[in-house]
Design a binder for this molecule. Structure first.
Ligand SMILES: [Zn+2]
Length: 281
């Protein structure tokens, strides 16, 4: 069994994060990520990178803030956070993030979608428009007849694991919202680096409400823009040990799934992302 998608291995650069060099790394068209989903699952909620530094690497993206203080949404180079009550606020550049993914969004594909009745229907429609690539970045503008978003409350040390936090998440069921979804699709096998599959965050046009997208239904006429890329640049905070992460990652590429740990992690990620484990592709 293949633990990490071979395309993602080819796409991946992992660097030890260094504040002195922040912004000095040439990203090219890379999708830039700070930390790994595996670290977040284990409760590493102290931010290392500032949102100001994050925005030097991209103008579209998703993530969370220091102490897991809500859902981060980056759209058109501006950072917003959806608090646990669903309300949206702009984020000061000095606020730190423990986990985020951004890119300089340069879509190669734009299209108008028909009506989509669910998150799965939407993502299938988008995937049908996209080329085969390790990572897809997506922006979608439209009218959402139904939009279910969640956010989480700020945590205090000692931090509980993410599955315990998400057990207390707040869901908000919105109707007839004009807004924007942004996010990414990663391969099903990312070895704990990333959230596999689709991960979308939402903001409304008035920038008053938003969150992590649990479900959505949209009327016909939504505009979708897609960037396909083969370059993922992960910076790992020094306290997590980049060398250990790289070694573990390389090991997972060659190792059979003997202890079921990777599969367990996959279902844990699916649980915290609010969805059932989809069939392997
Ligand atoms: Zn999210």
């Amino acid at each position: 069994m293949e633990i990490v998608d071979h395309r993602l291995v080819g796409a991946l650069r992992v660097d030890l994060f260094d504040h002195d060099a922040a912004g000095a790394v040439a990203d090219g068209d890379a999708v830039f990520q700070t930390a790994t989903i595996e670290a977040l699952l284990d409760g590493a909620y102290d931010g290392d990178l500032s949102v100001g530094e994050l925005l030097e690497h991209g103008d579209l993206g998703i993530g969370t803030l220091d102490g897991l203080d809500g859902e981060l949404i980056v759209v058109e180079g501006a950072a917003f956070v959806a608090r646990v009550d669903g309300s949206l606020h702009s984020v000061a550049g000095k606020v730190r993030t423990p986990f985020a993914v951004v890119c300089r969004f340069r879509p190669s594909i734009t299209a108008t979608l028909g009506a989509c009745v669910s998150f799965d229907a939407l993502t299938e429609a988008v995937r049908g428009l996209a080329p085969d690539a390790p990572v897809l970045a997506v922006r979608l503008d439209g009218t959402f007849e139904r939009l279910v978003v969640r956010s989480v409350a700020r945590q205090r040390p000692p931090y509980p694991p993410l599955r315990e936090v998400v057990a207390h998440q707040a869901e908000h069921h919105l109707t007839d919202v004009c807004g924007t979804l942004v996010g990414f699709c990663f391969p099903d096998r990312t070895g704990g680096l990333e959230v596999p599959g689709w991960h979308l965050h939402a903001v409304d046009d008035a920038r008053t409400v938003g969150g992590h997208v649990m479900d959505v239904a949209l009327a016909t006429g939504a505009r979708v823009a897609i960037e396909a890329t083969g370059d993922l640049h992960v910076e790992v905070p020094s306290q997590l040990g980049a060398v250990a992460v790289v070694a573990d990652h390389a090991d997972q590429v060659d190792r059979a799934d003997q202890d079921g740990r990777v599969a367990d992690r996959r279902s844990e990620i699916d649980a915290v992302e609010g969805r059932a484990t989809p069939p392997r592709r």
